[in-house]
Write a protein that binds this ligand. Structure first.
Ligand code: GTP
Ligand code: MN
Ligand code: MN
Ligand code: MN
Ligand code: MN
Ligand code: MN
Length: 198
């Protein structure tokens, strides 16, 4: 396991830590961009109140609710839909990159859940209308462009935005783990993304 990584069980034994759970929702799609570039998958992230990109989810108190029940509650608040997330959807847990010495350490749990394209569209509709956090904690859902053009449009430009915590590396890991992009595609996108930053 990479540094800072720990198993779900190890994480839960850290009783003095705070916990947060976030999930990447994705689907297959036959949609094409401009009628010719296959989109292949829809991947959801959100624009947070702080102007950073992140995944839906939030703080969970394991003494009051399971990690997955807490994540499901956060999804109801932030997306406006009941979307049960289970232990099988868990992919990684790690310590937050930086936590101020005054507060107890934060452990970040990451989940990935594949759903149907229709459910993605329902999430987008609800998140923009009935979700209680809409316009407050969450400014809107965004789809991640997973295609890349030579100009840097698409994934390279998306990766050059600012992300909360380690959400950017969670995204990269999940894209590879679930084979939504090939290692070669990701490598090229990251190289182009660095040029955009410069
Ligand atoms: P409140 O209801 O206002 O407490 O917010 P919340 O419960 O929705 O918490 P939030 O989603 O902001 O997550 C809590 C903490 O986890 C944040 O302060 C970040 O440090 C971190 N965090 C938020 N989103 C992500 C994410 O997508 N990935 C990772 N790794 N960390 C995140
Ligand atoms: Mn929340
Ligand atoms: Mn949140
Ligand atoms: Mn919360
Ligand atoms: Mn809240
Ligand atoms: Mn709040």
């Amino acid at each position: 396991m990479a540094s800072g990584q720990l198993s779900r069980e190890e994480a839960l034994m850290r009783s003095h830590c705070r916990h947060a759970c976030h999930v990447m929702l994705f689907s297959d799609t036959k949609a094409q961009l401009f009628g010719r570039t296959p989109m292949r998958h829809i991947v959801l992230m959100q624009m947070r109140f702080d102007g950073l990109l992140g995944f839906p989810g939030g703080l969970v108190n394991p003494s009051e609710e399971t990690l997955e029940a807490g994540l499901t509650r956060e999804l109801l608040e932030e997306l406006g839909v009941a979307l049960p997330v289970s232990v099988e959807d868990h992919v990684a847990s790690c310590f937050a990159p930086t936590s101020s010495p005054s507060s107890s350490r934060l452990i970040l749990h990451f989940y990935v859940k594949k759903i149907e394209e229709e459910q993605i569209k329902e999430v987008e509709r609800a998140a923009a209308s009935t979700a209680t956090d809409h316009g407050h904690e969450v400014l809107g859902m965004v789809r991640v462009p997973i295609y890349s053009f030579k100009s840097g449009a698409g994934l390279p430009s998306f990766l050059s935005h600012s992300f909360i915590g380690n959400a950017r590396s969670q995204l990269l890991d999940a894209l590879l783990r679930f084979k939504l992009v090939t290692p070669e595609e990701l490598h090229r996108a990251l190289t182009q993304s660095v040029k955009i930053h410069a």
